[in-house]
Ligand binder design. Structure first.
Ligand SMILES: *Cc1c(COP(=O)(O)O)cnc(C)c1O
Length: 216
């Protein structure tokens, strides 16, 4: 689907929800996509992108950044502590902060580097064993711990279970954010970003609807 069409669907969802126009940021998820497709979206003037692997992003984004100004790169996949330094160099935002060890490592590196990406705490709203994220019942304490470390927590992120109604998970995430005084809500993908916007998403992560299917 053309980028302009996704953008107009976002604008319409903002409008339907009584949200301020432009309050939802579109993160174009470019993981696994061929460079030509990513470049086409850059040529259209879009600058906000998401990747889920540090290594993959390191292989392609420094090159694009040399060609295009103002790129805003988001890490939306799990982060190992031994890749935290590289991630903090590459990314403007990290959406997968989900455990004390990682929070401590990021805090230490932020001191050393004198800068820190914007951070989102990932919440495992479906309490799925195989999925990353803090449990909903641990979220308040973990956010407090991050703040104690002076980390710039912008908001929360979730990936709902595949076979459940995503709106329940978006609403839960919004509730946790609200009681913690957090503005950012990273939620909603190709199949459900309009529902996420209705429930307050500030960042939607849309891949296949923009770029087409991923062939692994
Ligand atoms: C791949 C991915 C997306 C985008 O998924 P689509 O269904 O292609 O829009 C969003 N969020 C995360 C965390 C992802 O890994």
């Amino acid at each position: 689907m053309p980028l302009v069409e996704i953008k107009s669907r976002i604008a319409e969802a903002e409008n339907n929800a009584g949200r301020v126009p432009g309050s939802v940021q579109l993160i174009a998820v470019s993981k696994v996509q061929p460079n030509e497709r990513v470049e086409a979206v850059l040529e259209e003037g879009h600058r906000c992108f998401g990747e889920n692997k540090v290594q993959e992003a390191a292989g392609k984004w420094p090159g694009f950044a040399a060609q295009f100004d103002g790129i805003d790169l988001h890490l939306i996949g799990p982060l190992q502590t031994n890749k935290a330094r590289q991630a903090m160099d590459l990314f403007d935002n990290i959406h997968s902060v989900d455990r004390p060890k990682l929070a401590n490592t990021i805090a230490r590196l932020a001191q050393e580097l004198g800068k820190c990406p914007g951070l989102f705490v990932q919440v495992n709203t479906g309490e799925e064993e195989q999925k990353a994220g803090v449990m909903p019942s641990d979220a308040d304490a973990f956010v407090a711990e991050c703040r104690k470390l002076d980390l710039p927590v912008r908001g929360l992120m979730c990936i709902p279970p595949v076979n459940e109604e995503p709106s329940l998970h978006f609403a839960l995430l919004a509730k946790i954010a609200e009681r913690n005084g957090l503005q950012g809500l990273s939620m909603g993908m190709s199949s459900d970003f309009e529902k996420a916007i209705a429930l307050g998403a500030t960042h939607v992560r849309v891949g296949s609807a923009i770029f087409g299917d991923r062939t692994y």
